[in-house]
Write a protein that binds this ligand. Structure first.
Ligand code: SF4
Ligand code: SF4
Length: 436
């Protein structure tokens, strides 16, 4: 069976981002395949640990992709500071792949940044790496591709649990495990009143719900006290973001000056989007359109703005309004890297200080112990595309690894497999629950 079919059957999706089904990339023809080991979200170290302990499998996955896409070359993006990982990965790279050593900046893991660093090619505005002959895969996706070659489906997720927990660590968990079980496995929370950043403090979401579950795209969870600066910042009601922004934005444009997409040459100008809060609606103005190419990295809100305003959230809102109004922004000028780009990059340690996270900035070593859970709730939508269609019924006994949700015929999506053996307790439009 061809590898892209095995990847499809195994339900592999992008493990480091929005969950794009990996078989599509494996079934394309490109010049370059890029492995993304840049990992730049503060406190999350799961890719570091995975690369250190599973370098062979990751490099196998990369080779399989290079072969299936007929690429002439691979690039492996890793931060230069991670010497141990560079050494582990280098042992398994064949002559076709070159290491791309990256600085310790945020957001060096952004696809647009990585592709530029490795190939010096710029993705067209609103485009994807495929448009310039590249595919990019997170290192965990490559690991899952190596398992798919052996026809092992994705049933476990490698995550990092950090912040205010007794044992910050990285480990595998069955997909569908609750945050409660995950935090307990990391020694439990050190505090009783806390919030959880899912996927990172910069690009993830904040929740207080311990019943939320790990999916195929959960990179990590960060536990912080409820009165931490970041929780107070993020937990403001949405109307406040925009109300305060309207009255307090002095148009200093720092948000734009630090924006990584702007510095790469894309027309992203959050300070102009902030004007939209005060003066215009979507259609009449071009200001909202300055948000279209924003990657939601969060730097403008959490690092650049001296007034603690919410330009990233204003961009998110602008994008929704534009979509609803059917407006598509087309960049008018050629993409050209800003001459000051290198001088404006944000060092990760500086970002960590700004976010008041320095007390939590510790290693999260790999814990190889197996986490046993007796119930999971597996969402049917863990990826880009259509939700999987359940193919099991309540009361049915399933084995770990058995397919329980299928991509609807002819649609983009990913299959879902049981992550533990047991009995199907519930099937809803959103998820399948299994208890052992
Ligand atoms: S940095 Fe803050 S105050 Fe300055 S333009 Fe941007 S949102 Fe307004
Ligand atoms: S979140 Fe802000 S800094 Fe990041 S890309 Fe969007 S506008 Fe630029």
């Amino acid at each position: 069976m061809l590898i892209h079919n095995k990847i499809f059957n195994s339900g592999v999706v992008g493990a480091g981002g929005a969950g794009f089904p990996a078989h599509i990339k494996a079934n394309s023809k490109v010049e370059f395949v890029l492995a993304n080991g840049a990992e730049c979200e503060p406190l999350i170290h799961k890719d570091y640990e995975l690369m250190l302990h599973f370098s062979k499998e990751i490099c196998q996955g990369l080779e399989l992709l290079i072969e299936s896409t007929s690429a002439k070359k691979g690039f492996f993006g890793i931060k230069e500071k991670n010497a141990k990982v560079i050494s582990a990965i280098s042992k398994h790279l064949n002559g076709k792949t070159e290491l791309t050593k990256l600085g310790d900046f945020y957001p060096s893991g952004d696809e647009y940044e990585l592709v530029y660093e490795a190939t010096k090619r710029l993705i067209p505005p609103a485009g994807i790496p495929l448009d310039i002959g590249c595919v990019v895969n997170n290192v965990e996706t490559l690991y899952n591709i190596a398992l798919a070659e052996e026809e092992t489906p994705v049933t476990r997720k490698f995550i990092c649990v950090a912040g205010s927990v007794r044992k910050p660590s990285s480990f595998f968990v069955p997909v569908g495990t609750s945050f409660k079980d995950v935090i307990e496995f990391a020694g439990g929370s050190k505090i009783s009143e806390f919030g959880i950043f899912v996927g990172g403090v910069m690009m993830g979401h904040l929740t207080f719900d311990l019943n939320e579950v790990v999916t195929k795209t959960t990179a990590g969870i960060i536990v912080l006290p409820k009165d931490h600066y970041l929780i107070k910042r993020k937990n403001q009601p949405e109307q406040n973001w925009h109300r305060i922004g309207k009255s307090a934005c002095d148009q200093c444009s720092y948000c734009t000056e630090f924006c990584p997409r702007y510095l790469l040459g894309y027309q992203v100008e959050p300070h102009k989007v902030m004007r939209s809060l005060g003066f215009t609606k979507t259609g009449a103005s071009v200001w909202n359109q300055m948000a279209e190419l924003c990657c939601s990295c969060g730097l403008c809100t959490l690092y650049a703005c001296p007034e603690d305003l919410y330009p990233k959230e204003a961009c998110d809102k602008a994008k929704v309004e534009m979509r609803e109004a059917g407006i598509k922004f087309i960049q008018q000028k050629p993409v050209k890297v800003h001459p000051i780009k290198e001088g404006r990059r944000v060092p990760l340690p500086q970002l960590i200080m700004k976010l008041k996270l320095q007390d939590y900035d510790v290693e999260a070593p790999f814990n190889s112990e197996k986490l046993f859970v007796n119930k999971v709730r597996i969402p049917l939508q863990q990826h880009i595309g259509k939700p999987a269609k359940p193919i099991v019924k309540k009361g049915e006994v399933v084995e770990e690894g058995q397919m329980i949700g299928k991509v609807p015929d002819g649609e983009l999506g990913a299959n879902i497999h049981a992550s533990i053996s047991g009995k199907v307790k519930e099937v809803t439009a959103e998820s399948i629950s299994i208890e052992s």
